[in-house]
Design a protein around this ligand. Structure first.
Ligand code: GLU
Length: 380
């Protein structure tokens, strides 16, 4: 299985690479050697027809080296200022390295808010398509300078997983400072052998794994496995490998036994829209439903009708993502509402045949159509 799965990587042409702050920074600033080696490797692969987007951290680490300030400060504005100082050096390093081989890098900075809105998400997808048509290599980072808690990605590992459909990536490669996943934290003694493959990763496997984020960067192995899980739900494999290994991307794409490959299971793949509803969008409100509606949704694969809604929370517009909760306080699904919160308030409990009269307009039978709904099973 492992060999066959590894060999199938050879056929992939659109690859998303994620590289973290820990390998991109040294005490004295950016680790230019790592960036140059990576761009060298990718340039040769690009010449043979592969396409890449890179999610690159390193702005804050680069900024901290240019503007050494005490590590003790905790003002968000200072971190944002360091990102603004460092992002320029980061993108220049990629530009310089790619230019040597006749390739072009393109800076893409985004916040969670940018892709929380379905229309903006689709716009970003169009921009990626155009960048690939130009033959450019998008270098994506969080726009740390304007990101505050509410609009922040947890870290760049999860940002990578969220943009897989926008980039239309066939494989995610996460480059870090260890050469794969180990049964125990590789920084401790007796951590066991490198795990070469994980098939059909489950949220419980992720929660059991050790290693949290280090001092530099926000990730850690757990968030890499979470990203891999989200990728696997799209049917996309992930390889976690060492950024220090020369020509590591070429080796992975040649099917070599490098790092840990995380392979999707056989269960139904999420569509791009379902993936966006489950993992990218954030609910703008909640609909509480009665037991009858809960059973129809959970066990019969049905849409949510107005007669099953007992309460409306939050302020949302038609088309916004919302959570569906049962009367015991459990969240059972997420979906896109056909109605605004004010409208649902008016039609909750009503019979479908009365909707148009209540709202005095043409209307949909369902509050949330099944095609726009994801029922929760296990989410990490
Ligand atoms: N966006 C941050 C930076 O460029 C890093 C985030 C992360 O480490 O995940 O410095």
């Amino acid at each position: 299985m492992a060999n066959k799965a590894r060999t199938s990587l050879k056929a992939y042409t659109r690859i998303l690479i994620k590289i973290g702050s820990r390998v991109l920074s040294t005490k004295n600033g950016l680790n230019y050697r790592v960036i140059e080696r990576l761009c060298d490797d990718l340039s040769l692969l690009k010449d043979s027809g592969k396409e890449f987007a890179i999610v690159s951290s390193g702005a804050i680490a680069a900024g901290s080296a240019i503007m050494p300030v005490s590590k003790k400060f905790n003002a968000l504005s200072k971190t944002q200022a360091l990102a603004a100082i460092g992002q320029g050096s980061l993108i220049r390093a990629y530009n310089d390295a790619f230019r040597r081989y006749g390739h072009v890098a393109a800076q893409v900075l985004m916040t969670r808010e940018d892709i929380d809105n379905r229309r903006r998400y689709l716009n970003i997808r169009n921009t990626f398509t155009a960048l690939f048509e130009f033959g450019a290599v998008p270098i994506v980072n969080e726009n740390d300078t304007v990101s505050v808690d509410e609009i922040q990605f947890t870290d760049n590992d999860l940002l990578s997983a969220m943009i897989i459909p926008a980039v239309e990536a066939q494989v995610l490669i996460v480059l870090t400072d260890i050469d794969g996943v180990y049964p125990l934290d590789p920084r401790i003694k007796d951590h066991g052998q490198r795990i070469t493959e994980i098939i059909d990763i489950k949220p419980k496997d992720i929660n059991a794994s050790s290693s949290e984020a280090g001092e530099v960067g926000r990730g850690g192995i757990k968030s890499k496995l979470q990203a891999a899980y989200r990728a696997s739900l799209l049917g996309v494999p992930t390889v976690i490998a060492s950024a220090y290994q020369p020509q590591v991307v070429s080796s992975i794409l040649a099917g070599d036994d490098v790092g840990t490959i995380i392979l999707p299971g056989k269960s139904r793949k999420l569509t791009q829209k379902d993936h966006w509803i489950s993992f990218v969008s954030r609910p703008k409100g909640k609909l509480v439903v009665d037991n009858g509606a809960m059973k129809m949704i959970m066990h019969k694969g049905k849409s949510l009708l107005p007669c099953g809604v007992v309460d409306v929370e939050g302020n949302f517009k038609a088309g916004d993502p919302i959570t569906i909760g049962d009367s015991q306080g459990r969240d059972i699904a997420v979906g896109l509402s056909n109605y605004s919160s004010d409208e649902v308030y008016q039609i909750k409990g009503a019979n479908t045949k009365d909707l148009c009269a209540i709202l005095s307009k043409e209307c949909d039978e369902e509050v949330v159509h099944r095609n726009n709904m994801i029922v929760k099973k296990e989410t990490p």
